[in-house]
Design a protein around this ligand. Sequence first.
Ligand SMILES: *[C@@H]1O[C@H](CO)[C@@H](O)[C@H](O)[C@H]1NC(C)=O
Ligand SMILES: *[C@@H]1O[C@H](CO)[C@@H](O)[C@H](O)[C@H]1NC(C)=O
Ligand SMILES: *[C@@H]1O[C@H](CO)[C@@H](O)[C@H](O)[C@H]1NC(C)=O
Ligand SMILES: *[C@@H]1O[C@H](CO)[C@@H](O)[C@H](O)[C@H]1NC(C)=O
Ligand SMILES: *[C@@H]1O[C@H](CO)[C@@H](O)[C@H](O)[C@H]1NC(C)=O
Ligand SMILES: *[C@@H]1O[C@H](CO)[C@@H](O)[C@H](O)[C@H]1NC(C)=O
Ligand SMILES: *[C@@H]1O[C@H](CO)[C@@H](O)[C@H](O)[C@H]1NC(C)=O
Ligand SMILES: [Zn+2]
Ligand SMILES: [Zn+2]
Length: 609
Amino acid sequence: MRTVLLLSVLGIVAASSIERPKPTRQLEWKEVNFISTSDTHGWLLGHQHATWPEPNYSGDFGSFASFATHMRSIADSKGVDLLLVDAGDHHDGSGLVSSSPDGPGKTEQIFSNLPYDVMAVGNHELYHYADALELYENMERWNGRYVTSNVNITVKDGQRGWKSVPLGKQFVKFETKQGRSVTAFGVIFNFGAHDKGITIQKPSKLAIEEWFLDAIRNAPDYFVLAGHMPARGETAEWAPVFDAIRRVHPDVPIYVFGGHTHVRDCTQYDNRSIAVVPGRYLETVAFTSSSLPAKQDNGVPLDVARRYLDANPTTYKWHTNTSDETFHLPIGKNISLALAELATDLNVSTVLGIAPHDYFLNRHPYGHPRSVLTLFSDKVMPTTIKDKDRHGERIIISMGGSLRFDLFAGTFDRNDELTISPFVNAFYYARLSAGLARNITEQLNRAGASKLLPTVPSTKREEEQRVQATYDEWMRSQWEDYVESQGVVDIEFEGQQTVFSSATTVKKPSTLGYVTKDACPGKGDDIDHIPVPWSDAQPDFISTPFPEVDDDEDIDVVVMDFAMDDFLVAVNMLDPSLGLKESMMKPYAEGLGINVVFGMYAKEAWRQV
Ligand SMILES: *[C@@H]1O[C@H](CO)[C@@H](O)[C@H](O)[C@H]1NC(C)=O
Ligand SMILES: *[C@@H]1O[C@H](CO)[C@@H](O)[C@H](O)[C@H]1NC(C)=O
Ligand SMILES: *[C@@H]1O[C@H](CO)[C@@H](O)[C@H](O)[C@H]1NC(C)=O
Ligand SMILES: *[C@@H]1O[C@H](CO)[C@@H](O)[C@H](O)[C@H]1NC(C)=O
Ligand SMILES: *[C@@H]1O[C@H](CO)[C@@H](O)[C@H](O)[C@H]1NC(C)=O
Ligand SMILES: *[C@@H]1O[C@H](CO)[C@@H](O)[C@H](O)[C@H]1NC(C)=O
Ligand SMILES: *[C@@H]1O[C@H](CO)[C@@H](O)[C@H](O)[C@H]1NC(C)=O
Ligand SMILES: [Zn+2]
Ligand SMILES: [Zn+2]
C-alpha cells in the first residue's frame, strides 16, 4: 500500500484559538490515582505556537493547576485518593529559567503555588551550587514534600564550618485524605556531573542505610517512589530501592514515578507495582491508577492503568467535564498571571521578528531549506557571527547538537531563542589553509559520533546528549513503525513554499503527536496520533558555506568551544605536522554566543512589518 501524506499550510493563528482533538476514553479512576509530571524544564508558559503538534501542548501551568484541582474534587466525590507527583528537572530550558540567574528561583516560587504530594529533584537542579542552595533555602515552599533521599548539600554551619545535610526531606510519611498511610522517597540516579558541595549517594548504597531500613520497617498502605530516572534502561536504578522494600513487604503496592529520559514510558516490576514516566516540557501529564489490595489477599495482582494526556485545555476540560466558563479556577488564573508577569519582567516575551516558515530540527535532512540546522549554518551564523577586527574569508564550525528545538512560523521572541539554544559559548579561530579547512567538517562527522556518546557521562553536556539520544531514538522508532505500517509514505513539498507544519492530512483524521509503545497492558496514549516525521540525516557538526578561495590560501577557521576537542583531533588527524593545540586558538567575536544569534538574525531578516 502506498500512502501519500499531503501537508497543507496552516495559517498563523494563536495556538489557543486552534481546534484541538478531543479525547474519547474516560480515565480509569481506581482506589488510588496519581497525576505525575517531570522534566518541565521551565515550560510553564506551555507551548505557544500554532504548528502541530505544539497546540497539543498548549496548556500552561495555570491551566494544569486548574485541572489538578478539579481532579482532586473528582477524587473527593468518588471517595478515592489522588496524589500529585513531580520527578524534577525544573531548571534549564525555556526562557523563564534560562534567561537570567533569578529565573529558576522565581519560576520555582510560582510552581509551588500548586501543592504537590511528593516532589523529587532532577540533575538540572544540581549543576550549580547556587541553584541547589536556592532550593535548600526556600524548601518551605514545598510544605515538607520535596524529598531527596540520596542528595545532600554542604552548607555553612554557624561558626563551626560546613555540614552535609539532606537537600530536602530524606523521606516522608503522610496520611491521604482517604486515610491511607503512605511512605515516600525521592531518588535520583547516580550521576557524576553535579557541582561541588552536592553529594549524591548511589541508590544501591541508599538502600542499605540504617535510616532507610528504619523508614521502611512498618508497612504503609502503599509506597510512593518519586525520582529522577527512567522506568527502564541504563539510568534506571530503582531496583536496589524497590528490592529492599520487597524483601520486607512482599505484597505492599509500590508506585514509581520517574523522569529524565523525556519519553513516555511505563512498566511493572511485579504485579503489585507500576512505574510511569510522563515525558518532557509540560507536553504530557500522566494519569496512573490502581486498585488497592484487600486485607490478606495473598498477592492478587493489582488492577493498574496509566494514561498519557496531551497537556492542553481541551484535554483538561474533557476529563473534568468542565466548560470554558467553569474550567479556570482562581489558583490557575493566579498562576497564569504570575507567569505572564515573570515573562515580562525577564523580557522573554518581547517579539524579535516574525519567522516566515517553520524550521524543523529533525523532520527534514540537513541541507533542506526548512531544516533549522540549515538555517543556522547557511543564514544565521554567516550573518551574525562576525569579529570586528577580522574581515577576511572564514568558515565557522558548530555542533548540530547545540540546537535543541524547532523554530516555528510566526512570532519569534527571546523565549523561542533560548528554547532553540540556551547555551552560552565562545568562538575561537585558527589560520589554516583552505584546502585543509575544506575537509575538517567531514572529518569531524566521520569521527564524531563515538566521541559524542560517552559510555559514562561526566559532564552536563554529555548527560544532555545521552538524554537527547534516548528521546531521538524514541521519535525515530515511532516514525519508522508508522512508515512500515503504511507502506511507503511520501511527503510532498511544494518547493520552497510548502511548510511541513500541518497535520491536516487528506486521508488521516488524526494529528501529529506521540505514539507510545510501553511495557504496560493496554493503550497508554489518551489520543491517537500520527508520529512526527523523523529524518535520520542530522550531522553532528555543521559549517557555514565554504568561501570561494584557492586551496593554498589561508582562511580563518572558527569553531565553537564545545566542539574544540573534536576539532583539534580532526585537524591533527588531517595534518599531523600542524600540532594544533588549544592554546594556539584565538578568541573570535568575543561576547557572542549561540544563545543570542537567532535573535540578532530575526531582528535583521524577519523585521516586523
Ligand atoms: C493534538 O493535535 C492533533 C493534531 O496534530 C489533534 O488531532 C489532536 O486532537 C490534538 N489533541 C489534543 C488533545 O488537543
Ligand atoms: C546526608 O547527611 C546525613 C546526615 O546529615 C547522612 O545521614 C546521610 O547519609 C547523607 N546522605 C548523603 C547522600 O550524603
Ligand atoms: C504475581 O506475582 C507473584 C510474585 O511475583 C507471583 O507469584 C504470582 O504468580 C503473580 N500472579 C499473577 C496472576 O501473575
Ligand atoms: C463526565 O461526564 C461523562 C458523561 O456524562 C461521564 O460518563 C463521566 O463519568 C464524567 N466524568 C467525570 C470525571 O465526572
Ligand atoms: C497567587 O499568587 C501569589 C504569587 O505567586 C501567591 O502568593 C498567592 O498565594 C496566590 N494565590 C492563590 C489564590 O493561589
Ligand atoms: C528588560 O528590559 C528592560 C528594558 O530594556 C531592562 O531595563 C531590564 O533590565 C531587562 N530585564 C532583564 C531581566 O533583562
Ligand atoms: C581534502 O580531501 C580531499 C578529498 O578527499 C583530498 O584530496 C585532499 O588531499 C584533502 N586535503 C587535505 C589538506 O587534507
Ligand atoms: Zn530533563
Ligand atoms: Zn534529567
